[in-house]
Design a protein around this ligand. Structure first.
Ligand code: ZN
Length: 510
């Protein structure tokens, strides 16, 4: 059995468990007006949309007669015009907060008739600028659509409105002995509608799969105001095309998600975290294979951290590693229903991988405070790398055999010009985060990185955005993961569902 040791690190709050997708970091203390307007920064031309008039505002007031449902003027709407990371900025001077699907429908019908563009706003935790207006789009905030409609503990199904905060849903479900199938560091801010719209991944995906599997049904308001009832309370339903999938991950460009039915697992009772050191990447792969074979149904997360990523995180957090220095580390989490059963499985697993020389060193714990500290060594890597003057970050899906190749390849290209090139991420989901950080991002460095990373990913038939989406920041890179025919079909679908292009313009598709 491995020693259950741990060095005391500074207790720090959870911020984000996944890497934050930002092309260039901007300090979180940057003033709002210092953030360049997205339209200028990305050189975007305004679409052929109307400009809202006083008559339009009067009409919105008739649709939303209750108080606190409309905000007017850039001072009032400032929080809706920049992302959490202050990376994109828009000029939307009208925020509408509907309370019902009918109100959303009335707003959309009116905006469609008047050719007013609309940007849908959730918890503002997206990392690709997908929910922030670019020009003067009407901002549709889902904050007030936050009712839990039903929790069926027998079928394991939650039905709620799209503005429900993920963490609140987790609390409601816990009272019924259930849990959400997804978990994000941003769970106390992000909304389930935004999670579905962006097909959020998170740290439970290895165990419970993506939202394409968990979401049983949706209610969506289309651009012309049509309320599409795609709700379903059953897990098996083979009747025709499953239109819900079009809206999952469509980032608000095809419709406004207003209600969600989602399959939720029974809450787990036990939790263990293992933090292991490995001498090379082939040992990481062998450890993962053995992990799946030995831990099976209790495996929840399998995360990779390379030496440079851990050292950067440790320096930033002013903490230390619980084990010696190795080229690679993996963080494994298990959850289950029996403490004894899980402990036996973990013991057998560790004896096997250590006995065969696959794993060099490690610690294991089931104490909540130690679990939190171990997770921080993974969760806070992005924040640590962003403490440099610039940090480029990539969110790639790559086949596991070649998962880590991008890191040494990038070191060869720019390692002598920057301070840090590191790799970490979700081995269990084949999703690596590549971060490159330094003092100054010169054109010479930028040219060595882009489009190399995207071409590298395309050659391996990977994805240039594994879990963060396309939003405003990456439409021009979509072609590296989707064929011209696929993009053309996406554009046709967009036209069918949103003939006037008023829904979340400038996002996802160029
Ligand atoms: Zn991630």
């Amino acid at each position: 059995m491995l020693p259950n040791i741990f060095h005391n690190g500074r207790q720090l709050s959870r911020i984000f468990q996944c890497t934050l997708q930002m092309y260039r970091q901007r300090s979180l203390t940057t003033g709002v007006n210092e953030i360049p307007l997205s339209k200028d920064h990305y050189n975007i031309k305004r679409g052929p949309f109307s400009v809202a008039t006083d008559a339009d505002i009067k009409h919105f007031e008739s649709i939303l007669p209750a108080g606190n449902q409309i905000l007017l003027g850039l001072e009032e709407t400032v929080g809706y015009n920049r992302d959490y990371f202050k990376y994109v900025r828009g000029l939307g001077a009208i925020v509408l907060k509907p309370r019902t699907s009918e109100e959303v429908s009335n707003i959309m019908r009116y905006c469609n008739n008047k050719r007013l563009a609309v940007s849908v706003f959730g918890g503002n935790t997206g990392v690709c600028g997908g929910s922030i207006p670019v020009f003067d789009e009407i901002i549709l905030s889902m904050d007030l659509m936050n009712r839990v409609e039903s929790i069926d503990k027998y079928s394991g199904i939650l039905v709620c409105e799209s503005g429900c905060v993920l963490g609140k849903l987790e609390e409601e479900l816990a009272m019924e002995g259930m849990m959400m199938p997804l978990d994000l560091g941003a769970k106390n801010s992000c909304q389930i509608g935004g999670n579905v719209s962006t097909n959020a991944g998170g740290i439970r995906l290895l165990r419970y799969g993506s939202l394409h599997g968990s979401v049983l049904g949706l209610e969506v308001v289309l651009a012309d105001g049509t309320i599409m009832d795609l709700m379903s309370n059953v897990k098996k339903d083979n009747t025709g095309y499953h239109l819900k999938h079009m809206f999952i991950g469509s980032e608000g460009t095809l419709g406004v998600i207003t209600r969600v039915a989602i399959a939720c697992p029974t809450a787990t009772k036990t939790q263990n975290v293992l933090f292991l050191g490995l001498r090379d990447y082939s040992s990481v792969l062998r450890t993962f294979l053995e992990c799946k074979a030995c831990l099976g149904e209790i495996l929840t997360s399998f995360e990779l951290i390379d030496r440079d990523a851990l050292e950067c995180c440790i320096e930033h957090l002013r903490t230390s590693s619980p084990i010696g220095s190795y080229p690679f580390y993996v963080l494994i989490e298990t959850t289950g229903s029996s403490k004894q059963h899980d402990a036996e499985k973990i013991r057998d697993y560790l004896e096997h991988v250590i006995g065969h020389g696959i794993v060099s060193d490690g610690v294991v714990t089931n104490e909540p405070s130690k679990i939190t500290k171990l997770w921080q060594l993974r969760e806070r890597i992005p924040e640590a790398t962003y403490s440099n003057n610039f940090c480029l970050t990539f969110d790639l899906s790559l086949p596991l055999k070649n998962f880590y190749d991008i890191v040494p390849a990038m070191k060869d290209r720019v390692g002598h010009l920057v301070k840090l090139v590191c790799g970490f991420g979700h081995i269990g989901d084949s999703n690596i985060h590549l971060n490159i950080a330094g003092d100054e991002l010169t054109p010479e460095i930028a040219e060595l990185i882009d489009p190399f990373v995207y071409e590298f990913t395309r050659k391996l038939r990977g994805s240039i955005s594994a879990e963060h989406g396309i939003g405003l920041l990456k439409p021009k890179y979509l072609k590296y993961s989707k064929s011209a025919e696929s993009i053309d079909l996406m554009k046709q679908l967009k036209l069918v569902l949103d003939r006037n292009g008023i829904l979340n313009p400038y996002k996802v598709l160029c």
